[in-house]
Design a protein around this ligand. Structure first.
Ligand code: TRP
Length: 344
């Protein structure tokens, strides 16, 4: 079992990132560790330059994200934690895979279409080839499991297509004549939909760091009072909570708060409604706030203790990157060889 996933260093991490991605990494780190596998989690800083960015902010966000990941329970002794920029094999493999990826495949990527909009000509080449770098990220390490959000599923399928075509076109033969594939086809792991956390101000929008209102999200760096205030002010409707999940169908804000409660408590939505059905938000919100403070308080304390210790954070990344370079080298060597590229 080899788990590989990347997360972009864009802005303050919030509850949505924690429940949707980071918490899942921590569980997989422990699963992989338990079966003698490995878990590689990296900060996708190279992907971040596909959009206009500010260099000083990128560095700060990268360190902030390492602090967050460690505060949330990723353990640099169990998982390999690093940033792409310190592992040149990612970009090397991307170039080599550019020979296999097809323009038509990339043109069909919905993230490219969404981000480029009507202005394709004005986009960076990096935004277009972004999914090839992502394929390199996972294929380099022979990933078996790749935890991603629903929105990244298509990129994972592309990584599988690239791997398959490369194996077909270039895999060497075993002595018995069978193929000796170079790449493992990775499987996506999509966390349960309960992990889809919406804005506290608008149940139809995802909780996001780019929402101009800070009241729309719970930041992992918020103190207890701030969290309580944000839940108190969260948008709701005047009805009491239903006793059945179906009763949440037309009530996105109510469904979001119940979903957050369920995810944090490790319960099903049905179980939460079994307890709170018939009660109003006046009773439910304080319970939710308390649950948030209990769960996120210790994360916040660890985050605050680490976030300004750039020496410690740099050391974590350097150690992870050294291990990642070692893990990636054999695959990259076979790719060069398979392509007939002469080295040494
Ligand atoms: N593109 C992913 C995102 O925006 C981040 C990412 C980069 C990634 N490389 C990856 C995720 C490799 C999984 C595997 O969320």
């Amino acid at each position: 079992m080899r788990v590989v996933s990347g997360i972009q260093p864009t802005g303050k991490p919030h509850l949505g990132n924690y429940l949707g991605a980071i918490r899942n990494y921590v569980a997989l780190q422990d699963d992989a560790h338990g079966v003698g596998g490995e878990c590689l989690i990296f900060i996708a800083d190279l992907h971040a330059i596909s959009m206009p960015h500010d260099p000083a902010t990128l560095r700060a966000s990268t360190l902030e994200l390492v602090a967050t990941l460690v505060a949330c329970g990723l353990d640099p002794d169990k998982a390999i934690l690093f940033n792409q920029a310190q592992v040149p094999q990612h970009t090397e493999l991307q170039w080599l895979l550019n020979g296999t990826a097809r323009m038509g495949w990339l043109n069909r990527m919905t993230q490219w279409k969404d981000k480029a909009g009507k202005n394709r000509e004005g986009q960076s080449v990096a935004l277009f080839t972004y999914p090839v770098l992502q394929a390199a990220d996972v294929l380099l390490y022979q990933a078996t499991h790749v935890p991603v959000g629903e929105d990244q599923k298509q990129h994972l399928e592309l990584a599988r297509d690239i791997a398959q075509k490369f194996n077909n076109d270039f895999a060497p033969k075993n002595p018995d004549g069978s193929d000796a594939p170079i790449f493992t086809l990775p499987d996506p792991i999509i966390p349960p939909e309960a992990a889809r956390i919406m804005s506290l101000r608008d149940g139809a929008a995802k909780m996001s760091k780019s929402d101009p209102s800070d009241m729309s999200r719970i930041n992992l760096s918020d103190d207890a009072d701030t969290m309580v205030q944000k839940i108190k002010k969260a948008k709701t409707d005047p009805e009491a909570l239903p006793s059945e999940e179906a009763g949440l169908a037309e009530r996105p804000e109510a469904r979001n708060l119940v979903g957050i409660y369920a995810a944090l408590a490790g319960q099903s939505v049905e179980a939460v409604l079994g307890e709170y059905g018939g009660q109003g938000f006046g009773a439910f919100k304080p319970a939710l706030a308390e649950l948030l403070v209990t769960n996120l308080g210790p994360i916040r304390d660890r985050f605050v203790a680490l976030k300004d210790d750039s020496e410690a954070l740099d050391a974590i990344l350097a150690r992870g990157a050294a291990k990642a370079r070692e893990r990636g080298t054999p695959t990259l060597d076979s790719v060069y060889r398979a392509l007939g590229l002469v080295r040494h």
